[in-house]
Design a binder for this molecule. Sequence first.
Ligand SMILES: [Zn+2]
Length: 217
Amino acid sequence: MSAAGWIRSRWRALTSFRRLGALHLLAFDYGQRHAKELEFARACARRLNAGCDIVDLSSLKSLLKGSALTDDIAVPHGHYAAPSMAVTIVPNRNAIMLSVAYGAAVAQSAELVAIGVHAGDHFIYPDCRPAFIESFDAMQRVAVEGCGHPDLRLHAPFAALGKHDIVRIGARLGVPLAQTWSCYEGGDLHCGRCGTCFERRESFALAGIPDPTAYEN
Ligand SMILES: [Zn+2]
């Protein structure tokens, strides 16, 4: 869904699916250089026997300037906590994508919209923080009042968990973690140097789970 890694998306999918018994995945093409994540979204949906739509927002690319993910700006290397990582912010990305998701949810009378933000995103991404999630949920209750399912709500099951927690949970439940994508660079393999690759490696190490990822570096 977001530029966040598909590890999160898979857990969002699994937790929602198990509770509700039906699942529809949305992934977004917003002109990101790592459009490879969309292939992984499709494959994830097939494995879960879930519906899947790749939403084409690529025409927004020219408007969402200034991010290393959508503009001609080098992807910074290093840890997410570094100030240089702020250039990976895509302006208002999660609010844009969640608005589309809510439209689809109302149309399908769905009970839940889920997003896979996690605690490691809080350093630099304001639209991954609990205050955003709570505010967006409250806004949408007003925006779609009287439409769709009356109990429709926003769920962010990993908002208080680190990615290492998600890796640990995933391994315990048998999720094919090798079939997930994180890298922002857009290459054939994970680069091993960008912020999200750095965090991916670190998360497997912290979780004590062997990292099945093939890295370039
Ligand atoms: Zn990378």
